[in-house]
Design a protein around this ligand. Structure first.
Ligand code: TXA
Ligand code: MG
Length: 331
């Protein structure tokens, strides 16, 4: 199958509608990462998503809808605070896990009685969702377990030949996946951290906890049990206090004929002038925007990635470090 990268206009949107109506897949931009979308009512389309990504069959998908769509058609909103969250953060990088009405394909939620819904804010995503006029089930548009894609080229690099079309909306400005929030209980629980932080949610609702995942628990968000965000090369990770040890690791890599690179923030980059470095930037928002792009650039140009803890000034760091540490944990 030939994979086309198309800029978003009336003719590419018409072509995308055609693909979706025929149970095919379209990759599209959002403000977080690129999604791999198929009609949420179609078993055939959802099966293709799992197949194209090589995704484990028990990791459920998010249903994306356009602004103004009545999500009560898909889910039951059981608590008043959910409307306050929608008012405050939607459209945007927030995914709400609600009680499902069972209207979409059962493959979307992998048999769970909940459904994750999100209203993306990206203009191109909205144009696509409006044009197709149906809820779109979409995971991130990467090969399962690889680093998430934040450009059309990243999607192409992973899924060329497996999908017909990528709508190109440029680099994603958010850069890490949406906050996944379980809103089926009296107060919300964060299943995956993201750009909508615990503090932002608490300010609206009054309280918000991180879900605790203990061994042996029934996993509330199946995605968390899988390894994620892994570059196709050797990796290692160090805290900011362990720069000396990280340099040691770098030098050892060079001695054994490898081509290492440090991934770090602007401050640490300033201290590592004699080494290969890629900076994620200087603020929490920049780290989020750049982390996946930097990991993908690093795996292309180098063969050993040494991550050094980044530190910004707000809770977005929780989401960034969650990805960065997983991506760079020792391999
Ligand atoms: O920003 C994003 O969320 C991107 C863009 C494309 O919207 N999508 C994304 O999808 O990151 P994915 O499939 O890579 O991650 C979805 C996460 C997984 O951890 C999954 O386990 C969780 O959401 N999830 C989906 N449905 C769920 C449900 N019913 N209950 C609990 N967790 C759910
Ligand atoms: Mg993903």
């Amino acid at each position: 199958m030939k994979t086309e990268i198309l800029s978003i206009n009336s003719s590419s949107l018409a072509a995308a509608v055609d693909v979706i109506k025929n149970n095919g897949l379209v990759a599209f931009p959002t403000e977080t990462v690129y999604g791999l979308g198929g009609c949420a009512f179609s078993d055939e389309a959802i099966s293709k998503i799992f197949q194209a990504k090589g995704r484990p069959g028990d990791n459920p998908l998010i249903a994306h809808v356009c602004e103004g769509y009545d999500i009560n058609q898909l889910v039951e909103i059981e608590h008043q605070y959910v409307y306050d969250l929608i008012e405050a953060f939607c459209p945007g990088p927030l995914t709400l896990v609600c009680k499902s009405r069972g209207t979409v394909s059962s493959l979307v939620s992998c048999g769970l009685d909940t459904l994750a819904v999100r209203i993306p804010a990206h203009k191109g995503a909205q144009q696509f969702l409006n044009a197709v006029n149906c809820p779109i089930a979409a995971p991130s548009a990467n090969t399962s377990k690889h680093v998430s894609p934040v450009s059309a080229q990243h999607v192409f690099d992973d899924l060329e030949g497996k999908i017909p079309m990528i709508l190109d909306g440029g680099r994603c400005i958010g850069g890490i996946e949406s906050t996944v929030l379980d809103v089926t209980s009296l107060s919300p629980r964060i299943l995956r951290s993201g750009l909508i932080t615990q503090g932002m949610i608490s300010a609206v609702v009054g309280s918000c906890e991180y879900a605790q995942h203990k061994d042996g628990d029934k996993v509330k968000s199946p995605g968390v049990k899988y390894s994620h965000y892994t570059p196709y090369c050797q990796t290692a990770y160090y805290g900011r206090e362990d720069i000396a040890a990280s340099i040691n690791e770098y030098n050892k890599a060079v001695m054994s004929g490898k081509k290492p690179v440090f991934l770090c923030d602007d401050k640490i980059q300033g201290m590592l002038c004699d080494y290969n470095t890629i900076s994620l930037g200087g603020t929490s928002e920049e780290y989020a925007r750049n982390v996946y792009n930097a990991l993908r650039e690093a795996e292309k140009k180098y063969d050993t990635i040494i991550g050094i803890e980044v530190r910004g000034d707000n809770q977005i760091d929780v989401g960034v470090l969650n990805r960065f540490i997983k991506a760079c944990s020792k391999k």
